[in-house]
Write a protein that binds this ligand. Structure first.
Ligand code: SF4
Length: 322
């Protein structure tokens, strides 16, 4: 064998060895990639399980400070969405008097040490209340440091006079408007708010996505597991409603009497479903109450909630809520 042939043979052997090494490394790479994908997937599953447990844990943890308090100054609405979670299309019309609201807010200030980051003034539709301006001025006097928002469908904003806009500006009252797919010039309203320097925002993501509705069906026989519902509910320990001296875990409980009246149903409301604020001795007592399921939770079918229904007007039919 010549020297050249010998070199060629050796080179060929080295080439084969290298090919084998590259093949081996590529195989290892694939294994490593597969392993990494599996680990990532497992991590995501574990994280999602931890998040779920965390959400449930939060539900039953008394809030160290209420992120917001929602006060309902009246029951009814001028829009009446299908399946409204406040039962607004079927409630009796009822305005809470400014005197009662004043007393309630003073008591709330007393219980919370005046420490509420956000006070939401809601209805029904709050702009229907004839005393809205004195009510929000009073709320500002009682809660000088809180953000105060009027949560509205905006329909009556084009009709508001200067007095309304000036009162909002002077008392630092914000407007939080849900942008329903209705014939309303939201740009013009935004412009007016800007002119009067009134803080203006849209509820949730209704400014960027067409507002849809969720259906929260009720079990009229109350055969559901209250505890399980409470743990999985997006409203529990989060969206409690304050009205006329009582705090309810959610609007469904607060307005259930109207539902029963309208549809002749018998969803029982017991004294354990709400709390009389005038009987509350401490913040801890109230936050503890809100972190526990109430008997009424057995009427909800939380696992059957569906989202993304096109917005429609209510026909006040039982099927909208069952
Ligand atoms: S009644 Fe209970 S489960 Fe039903 S929406 Fe209200 S807090 Fe949630």
């Amino acid at each position: 064998m010549t020297q050249e042939e010998d070199i060629e043979k050796r080179l060929s052997t080295v080439e084969q060895a290298l090919t084998q090494i590259i093949h081996y490394i590529t195989q290892q790479d694939t294994v490593v990639n597969q392993l990494s994908q599996t680990i990532t997937q497992q991590m995501e599953e574990i994280k999602s399980k931890i998040d779920k447990v965390d959400r449930k844990y939060k539900k039953i943890t008394p809030q160290p400070i209420f992120k917001n308090v929602i006060y309902s100054i009246l029951t009814h609405c001028n829009l009446n969405c299908k399946g409204c979670s406040h039962f607004a299309p079927i409630v009796d019309k009822h305005f809470v008097s400014p005197e009662i609201i004043h007393k309630d807010l003073l008591k709330l200030a007393n219980i919370t040490g005046n420490d509420i980051p956000l006070l939401d003034i809601i209805g029904g539709e709050p702009l229907l209340h004839p005393d809205l301006i004195p009510i929000v001025i009073d709320a500002r006097n009682i809660f000088p440091n809180s953000v105060i928002k009027i949560v509205t469908n905006g329909m009556l904003l084009p009709k508001q006079d200067e007095q309304f806009w000036i009162a909002c500006f002077e008392n630092n009252i914000e407007l939080n408007v849900t942008k329903y797919p209705i014939n309303l010039d939201f740009n013009k309203i935004e412009q007016t708010a800007k002119e009067y320097q009134v803080a203006y925002s849209y509820f949730g993501n209704s400014a960027i996505e067409t507002k849809t509705m969720r259906k929260n069906p009720m079990d009229l026989h109350g055969k559901q597991d209250s505890r399980n519902n409470f743990l999985r509910c997006s409203l529990s320990n989060d969206c409690f409603i304050f009205r006329e001296g009582y705090i309810y875990p959610c609007a469904l409980v607060a307005n259930s009497v109207y539902f029963n009246k309208r549809f002749n149903t018998n969803m029982k409301l017991s004294e354990r479903d709400y709390i009389d604020v005038y009987s509350v001795k401490s913040y801890e007592e109230l936050s503890y109450f809100l972190s526990r399921p109430v008997p009424f939770c057995r009427y909800c079918k939380i696992s059957k909630i569906t989202e993304g229904h096109p917005w429609q007007l209510s026909k006040c039919e039982l099927s909208e809520w069952t």
